[in-house]
Design a protein around this ligand. Sequence first.
Ligand code: ZN
Length: 274
Amino acid sequence: MHVVCLIGTSRCGSTVLQAALAQFQDVTALGEVKRLSTLAARGALCGCGAKIEDCEIWGPQIAGFVAPKGGRLRMLGNALAVAAGAPLFPAEARAAQSLSRMLHAIDRSKPSRVFIDSSKDPDQLLLYANRPDITVIPVHIVRDPRGVVQSAGRRTGTSADVMARHWHRLNGATLMLRKMMPRLPWQSIRYEDFCADPMAVCRTILRAAGHDGPLRDHPAIDHTLGGSPGFSFAGIDTIRVENNWRETMPAQMQTTILRQSGWPARHFGYRMES
Ligand SMILES: [Zn+2]
């Protein structure tokens, strides 16, 4: 079983990337798997429109779902374990086992060559990476921090300061994980490059998952968890980069965001001239 595990900040474009990948045959988008119990407890809806507990895909999975404990130190410990081929902490080992059980059950009811997990959290990758029955393809999606800040400000009112630090922390941690686990078939994608040629980026990701199939004739029923409220996908051809921060964001604010985003921003080529 192949799982593409998307990792990135909020507002990084993972929802549109996931939707684009799901246009290919035998690819099933699962959404933010990590949040299954939280979303179900809140009475949230699955992408199919049913309450998660009533959805034919997710409903039967809720009872057996074990969430990982998480936390930064545990993540580091688990990352070292994965890198050394050692077992995860017991709580995460149980979570990984329940995740694998759940995906195999979903695969039986909805056979797929590739599943997409858009939990976006590096912790989720560690759960997959230690499972012998799952081939995980980590996809690190990165968006210009100025675009992330503007998008988050509009969507949730989160401050630029908070978002830039979140950007630095998550992308820095992911780059370190990549160093620690060089044997995984990592893909790094800039949101801006994805929007410039979404078809090529999707094909590269799917080839890394051993899949070279065609686009679907008809869209699949959407059973994704979480995701952006109000998001609707009109097709790969309609993907356009959203970067109007370039026109509206004062230069001084841009400088501050780039400074707070630190070395990961420089690593991905985000700078004032760009
Ligand atoms: Zn559903």
